[in-house]
Design a protein around this ligand. Sequence first.
Ligand SMILES: Cc1cc2nc3c(=O)[nH]c(=O)nc-3n(C[C@H](O)[C@H](O)[C@H](O)COP(=O)(O)O)c2cc1C
Length: 380
Amino acid sequence: MKKQYEALFQSYEFKKGISLKNRIVMAPMTNFASHDDGTVSQDELEYYKRRSKGAGMVITACSYVSPSGKGFLGQFSSYTDDMVGSLRKVATTIQDEGAKAILQIYHGGRLSPAHLVPNHDVVSASVVETEQKNEDGSTLMTRALTHEEIVAIIDDFAETTRRAIEAGFDGIEIHGANRYLVQQFYSGYTNQREDAWGGSVEKRMKFPLAVVDAVVDTVKKHATKPFIVGYRFSPEEPEEAGITMKETYALVDELVKKDIDYLHVSVFDFWSLPRRGEENQTISRMEHLQNRVGADMPIIGVGSISTPEQAAKALQVVPLLAIGRELIIDPDWVQKVEKGQEDTIVTKLHSDKQQQLVVPDALWQVILNTPSWFPIEGEN
Ligand SMILES: Cc1cc2nc3c(=O)[nH]c(=O)nc-3n(C[C@H](O)[C@H](O)[C@H](O)COP(=O)(O)O)c2cc1C
């Protein structure tokens, strides 16, 4: 390994005592390949196996904790005890290759397609527009969850955490990012409630914090060995009433008081600058956030990092770095850097290499059919 990349291969120890062999994390990536009954498929397991030899920790695709939270076709479920066997296969597949296995858990809320949820009932914090249409062509609106339903979904996050423990995962990550239900509650754009779950910033963060508390309590009750709890969030939203950096600071100030092990900042570009709610726009959101939470709370950074040079630079800001698309394009990225063979890293997807890269059919099709998402060989 080249000296300038040694920082990538330092081990990392979470405060609970769990050690990672290096600083690279596989970012959570939905693969659309699970069976209709919510169990994982062999294709999906092969995909994880191919990618779990290098990174110190692998975060799975998001798994839905309630029937009303399914957000994608071919997504794997974790909302019944029947799923523990399926979840165990994912955990074991990842761990057998040498990485720690983290289950990402979520509820799609407003972004769940109506045809994937019971009674076509798309729910969120409030009644808000979706990007879907009703049969008559009108815009499909969400239904605001009742207090009882909110409490039940919080319990679903706790129950899924118990299942993740039973399935042998090393931890879970609460998916509070990318505009799904947990974020919908925090955002003033999607949460217009006037009860205990909305209104002020403090009330809007009540749901995310209640999910954290329920998960942490479950870990205390059920885990017999150290079990990581992480929280992923998106720091800003573009809408006028959406989340600003100032609001994100308020949320992370509370999150650092909880018994959680890391925060994971979801941005498309690691070095992106703050847009609103932070006057100092000379340094990145990632730097601002790591400064805000302090060195005791590790941040996992992510976002368009594809070379070891970029990774080494990013690791001067945060202790852990997640890589997503690049590990689909080159599953041996980490091992190549480790062996000093970074010159052979592939940075564009070859459309004829699906078998070699071990990518499930559905994910492969989504990648090839989504313009400007992945760098594709032969395209600009
Ligand atoms: C195919 C694909 C699926 C994704 N699915 C998820 C997901 O399930 N949960 C999540 O939090 N982020 C998801 N993301 C976002 C990634 O975790 C990551 O933040 C993003 O791709 C930017 O990192 P990168 O530039 O290293 O790919 C997905 C990204 C891709 C490419």
